[in-house]
Design a protein. Structure first.
Length: 210
């Protein structure tokens, strides 16, 4: 599968890019914007592809030659980067869908990928210590914020104020059912919770990793 073979090459390029000096510039010819994010400058036109490939790895870690834990960390890292670079929900939905439609080798659910990305972004919005967003517009729609704010808030509050490294999944399931109108399996609820916790651990670590 060409996209999976290219996945490793993309990761290598991202690593090499992290060692280059920042270049927060705008390419007036191609329209590609460069976003400065901590140690690296990333061309934002490649972020949707990176998110799609990282989401594929979350759903298919064996095919992507990685572990589930690492795939989740890579995905949340890409979603944080997209937030910092000023992507919004509607724009990202269109670009991920276009990329997936154009590449038959990347078989993912675009809406599920966007949902996880939005959960990362809402986590960043609610966390006391978070990332700088290079945009004036809102990252997520009012509908998405209304659906996920309660779910994310429970975890963020427990993480910072109660020093809880995990939240009871059955309570999160109840909150998710109330807010979204969907009664999801505990495994899916736990995956969403893990996305929130992994994001928090990346931007505001509170507990030892050993």
């Amino acid at each position: 599968m060409s996209s999976i073979r290219g996945w490793a090459a993309l990761k290598q390029e991202q690593f090499l890019g992290s060692t280059r000096p920042p270049a927060p510039d705008v390419n007036r010819t191609s329209g590609a914007v460069c976003c400065q994010s901590g140690r690296r400058a990333v061309e934002t036109s490649g972020v949707p592809e990176r998110l799609a490939l990282d989401y594929f790895a979350v759903q298919n870690p064996v095919s992507a030659s990685t572990t589930y834990s690492k795939a989740v960390k890579d995905f949340t890292s890409s979603a944080v980067l997209a937030y910092e670079c000023g992507y919004c929900e509607d724009g990202l939905r269109r670009m991920i869908s276009e990329y997936v439609d154009a590449d038959a080798d990347v078989s993912i659910c675009s809406s599920a990928c966007l949902e996880l990305s939005s959960i990362v972004w809402i986590t960043l919005m609610l966390a006391p210590s978070s990332s700088v967003r290079w945009a004036v517009g809102e990252a997520v729609s009012e509908v998405t914020l209304r659906e996920w704010k309660g779910f994310v808030s429970l975890i963020v509050d427990a993480y910072f104020n109660k020093r809880m490294s995990w939240y009871p999944v059955d309570r999160l399931q109840a909150e998710m059912s109330l807010s979204t109108g969907r009664c999801e399996e505990l495994a899916l609820v736990a995956e969403r919770a893990r996305i929130v916790y992994t994001t928090l651990e990346a931007v505001a670590p509170q507990f030892p990793t050993d």
